[in-house]
Design a protein around this ligand. Structure first.
Ligand SMILES: *[C@@H]1O[C@H](CO)[C@@H](O)[C@H](O)[C@H]1NC(C)=O
Ligand SMILES: *[C@@H]1O[C@H](CO)[C@@H](O)[C@H](O)[C@H]1NC(C)=O
Ligand SMILES: *[C@@H]1O[C@H](CO)[C@@H](O)[C@H](O)[C@H]1NC(C)=O
Ligand SMILES: *[C@@H]1O[C@H](CO)[C@@H](O)[C@H](O)[C@H]1NC(C)=O
Length: 366
């Protein structure tokens, strides 16, 4: 796994933002559905905010969020990282006098139950279902708008998220988790959905400009012969696109069971890519090239090929160690940061002024 030197990506942060921002008008209570496992940021209208959380099932349990491991930003917003369905509940921010500023009732729907359909594979989304709870409730999927095409100028894919809602006649729909609470476990139809389809878009004018990062340090572990790479800024809430050796990796291929030599993690919308073969991997978020990954094994391969010509024998240097723990990631980040300070060889931010140049900039940094 790759640790991301976030400091390098500060430009991209200003364009894309790090996490899905969620806001709602002051003094009204918003009710919304989101997905577990994907970070979100809840906004507060004041910077000196106090945050509280109420679990809806156990309405006596109010939690002062500042005592929890939830990051509060200087602008008053909070970052909920890797939320689980247990984070479903009411979030409130108050000013110092206890006046309510913003309130969010959020249903973090269980990503592990995500139902995926690909239109080009002829797969059908879930059907409406009636609940028999006495109010002619309908359990259905409320679809978000389609996200942008993951790629432009060449074929891409787009996705849309669907959240589980329950509607009584003449009433506003309510996210399933908020309506059913713990009893949702009894209903198999209570699950979020995602739909994918192929798309093609023309690139819209020149890019805003920006940087992408080249990682030169990912490696295969000895035991598993696969490794994970992670696309910065990617999320299930955004269009994400991967290429291996300039060939697009598609959900269509993956979902139809084709061996693509890699595996995109659906639960993160393709943020994580498990790879089994050396190649130059590149990822795009919102059609912008964000990062390029050059495996050490790939660099070695080139060396080995050069050597094999003289020695008649290939040599692969297999790097040791599994870098999948957070601790290791942090160490790696510190190391990368210090390397950058010393001279910068492991990764580079490349300025990319126009889209035309995008395809030409395959750089090997060594
Ligand atoms: C919430 O916790 C913070 C930090 O422990 C504390 O300063 C604040 O007074 C608490 N607020 C309430 C209303 O308990
Ligand atoms: C909180 O109350 C105090 C005393 O009434 C007042 O001076 C202060 O302006 C209030 N703060 C906010 C953010 O309203
Ligand atoms: C499913 O139920 C929702 C909410 O009542 C409704 O808007 C939608 O049209 C229904 N879909 C079908 C296929 O019946
Ligand atoms: C990418 O290209 C390199 C060099 O041609 C090759 O060795 C490697 O197997 C390719 N990887 C994939 C996944 O196509």
């Amino acid at each position: 796994m790759i640790a991301i030197p976030w400091i390098l990506l500060s430009f991209a942060v200003s364009v894309l933002g790090l996490h899905l921002p969620v806001s709602c008008p002051q003094a009204t209570e918003c009710q919304l559905a989101l997905l577990s496992n994907n970070d979100v940021r809840l906004e507060c209208s004041i910077s000196n905010a106090h945050w509280f959380f109420f679990q809806l099932d156990k309405n006596d349990k109010t939690k002062n969020l500042s005592i929890f491991d939830i990051q509060q930003n200087p602008d008053g917003s909070i970052l909920i990282q890797n939320p689980s369905p247990f984070n479903t509940g009411l979030y409130q921010c108050q000013d110092e006098n206890g006046t309510l500023m913003n309130a969010y009732k959020i249903d973090f729907q269980d990503i592990a139950k995500l139902y995926v359909t690909h239109l080009n594979l002829g797969q059908k989304p879930l059907k409406n279902e009636t609940l028999n709870l006495g109010h002619r409730e309908i359990l259905y999927t409320q679809w978000e708008p389609w996200q942008r095409c993951s790629n432009c100028q060449s074929p891409g894919e787009r996705k849309r998220l669907g959240y589980c809602y329950i509607k009584e006649p003449l009433e506003e729909p309510v996210p399933c988790g908020l309506y059913l609470g713990a009893t949702q476990a009894f209903y198999a139809r209570v699950r979020p959905e995602i739909q994918v389809e192929a798309c093609y878009e023309i690139c819209e004018g020149p890019l805003t400009g920006g940087e992408y990062v080249i990682f030169d340090n990912f490696r295969f572990t000895e035991e598993s012969e696969s490794t994970q790479i992670m696309c910065p800024f990617a999320s299930i809430y955004r269009p994400v696109h991967w290429e291996a050796n300039n060939t697009a990796l598609t959900w269509q291929n993956q979902l139809s069971g084709e061996d693509t030599g890699s595996f995109m993690d659906l639960y993160s919308g393709g943020r994580q890519l498990q790879i089994f073969q050396p190649a130059i991997y590149r990822c795009f978020v919102e059609q912008e090239l964000i990062a390029q990954f050059n495996p050490i094994a790939f660099v070695d391969l080139l060396d080995a090929e050069r050597q094999s010509k003289s020695q008649g024998k290939r040599q692969f240097r297999v790097q040791q160690g599994k870098a999948d723990s957070v601790l290791r990631g942090l160490k790696l980040m510190l190391m990368m940061v210090s390397v950058l300070i010393v001279g910068g060889v492991l990764c580079k931010v490349v300025f990319r002024p126009t889209r035309d140049k995008k395809r030409n900039q395959v750089l090997l940094v060594k």
